[in-house]
Write a protein that binds this ligand. Structure first.
Ligand code: RIB
Ligand code: CA
Length: 316
C-alpha cells in the first residue's frame, strides 16, 4: 500500500536528509516536490532540490515556489546551511529541469486530480502552503494531514520563543494553522531530541560511498555552523538535530513518536514574540484542537532508520 505525498521544502541540509529518507522508502509515492526560500534564497533552494533529486536518480516533478514571505522581509539561514545551502558540499549539475508549472499551480492540480487524499510534508516556511490555501481552498478536502517541521511549545532558535520556519513567514503559518486541515507538528520540542552524534556520523561515513561521504560532510558542517548560532539546542556539543527528518519519519513510522492534541495559534506581531507558536497544552483557551504536537521520539530507532536510508541510497 503506497502513501501519496507532496514535499514542500527549503533545501537546506536537514531538508535533503528528509528527502533521503523519503527517497529510500518506495511506499512513499512522492507526487511532487516544491521549494521556497528559507535556509537559502529561492534561486538556491530550487537548484538544490533539482541537484539532489538528480543525484539520487529520482524522476519527480520539482516546481518552483514563491520568492518571499507574505509580508516580512526574507531572512535566510545561510550562516547555518552555508553559501550554497548544502553545507557548501558540491553535487553534479542537475539533469532534471524545473517544472513548467509554478508550485502553487502544481500543488493544486496534483491534489484535485488525485482520487485519494494526499499527505503534505512541509519542512520549511509555509509560504507556498499558505498561498495555496488562500488561492485554492477547494484543495483542503484532498489533504489528509500536514506533517510539518516547525514551531515549538517551548523555546525558539530565531528568537527566544520563535522557531525559524514559522518566524520567516508567520502570516502564512497562521493561514495554515487556522485552515482546519489536521496538522502533526514536529517542533523543536521533539526535533531537539532527534539528533545524531559525531560518532554516528563517523559510522555513516564508514559506509564508504560518495553519498555517505557527502552526508557526513554536510552534517559536520551543520554541527559546526549551528554551534555559532542559537540554532543549536542548548548544551549541544558533538550532536546535530535532524529537524526535517521528523516530518518524513512520522509519516513512515508514527509509532516512533508521542504527542498531544491541542490548540496551536501563531503570534503575528509581538515586538519580541512574532512567529511564536502558542501551544495550549493545558487547554486554557478552550479553543478546538488543530494540531498534534510531538514531544517524544525513539531516537535510537530514528537514527537506525536514517542510517539504513543512507545505506540504501548508497547502493542504488
Ligand atoms: O528550525 C529548523 C528548521 O529551520 C528546519 O526546517 C531547517 O531546515 C531550517 O529550515
Ligand atoms: Ca527546512
Amino acid at each position: 500500500m503506497t502513501i501519496p505525498v507532496i514535499i514542500d521544502c527549503d533545501p537546506g541540509i536537514d531538508d535533503v536528509m528528509a528527502l533521503t529518507l523519503a527517497f529510500a522508502h518506495p511506499e512513499l509515492d512522492i507526487k511532487l516536490i516544491t521549494t521556497e526560500p528559507g535556509n537559502q534564497t529561492q534561486e538556491k533552494t530550487i537548484h538544490n532540490a533539482l541537484t539532489f533529486t538528480s543525484y539520487m536518480k529520482k524522476n519527480i516533478e520539482i516546481a518552483r515556489g514563491l520568492d518571499k514571505p507574505f509580508f516580512r522581509k526574507l531572512e535566510i539561514a545561510d550562516k547555518v546551511h552555508g553559501e550554497n545551502g548544502l553545507g557548501n558540499v558540491e553535487f553534479p549539475e542537475p539533469t532534471i529541469q524545473v517544472s513548467n508549472r509554478p508550485a502553487i499551480e502544481a500543488m493544486k492540480e496534483t491534489l484535485l486530480s488525485s482520487d485519494e487524499q494526499i499527505i503534505l510534508i512541509a519542512t520549511g516556511p509555509l509560504t507556498n502552503v499558505g498561498a495555496l490555501l488562500l488561492a485554492h481552498p477547494e484543495v483542503k478536502s484532498k489533504i489528509k494531514y500536514i506533517s510539518y517541521m516547525g514551531g515549538a511549545a517551548v523555546g525558539g532558535n530565531m528568537s527566544p520563543t520563535a522557531e525559524f520556519n514559522v518566524y520567516v513567514d508567520p502570516h502564512a503559518a497562521d493561514i495554515v494553522f487556522r485552515s482546519g486541515i489536521p496538522i502533526v507538528m514536529s517542533g523543536l520540542d521533539v526535533t531537539h531530541k532527534a539528533y545524531v552524534t559525531i560518532e554516528e556520523i563517523n559510522e555513516m561515513e564508514a559506509i564508504g560511498s560518495d553519498f555517505a561521504s557527502k552526508v557526513s560532510q554536510m552534517l559536520r558542517f551543520y554541527i559546526h555552523s549551528a554551534k555559532q548560532t542559537a540554532f543549536h539546542a542548548p548544551n549541544f556539543e558533538n550532536q546535530i538535530h535532524l529537524h526535517d527528518l521528523c516530518a518524513v519519519s512520522y509519516v513512515l513510522t508514527p509509532e516512533l513518536f508521542e504527542g498531544d492534541n491541542c490548540h496551536v495559534a501563531v503570534e503575528l506581531e509581538g515586538k519580541y514574540t512574532a512567529g511564536t507558536t502558542i501551544v495550549d497544552y493545558a487547554q486554557q483557551t478552550g479553543l478546538p484542537h488543530n494540531v498534534k504536537v510531538l514531544h517524544t521520539i525513539n531516537r535510537e530507532k530514528f537514527v537506525e532508520q536514517f542510517f539504513h536510508a543512507v545505506k540504501q541510497m548508497s547502493a542504488d
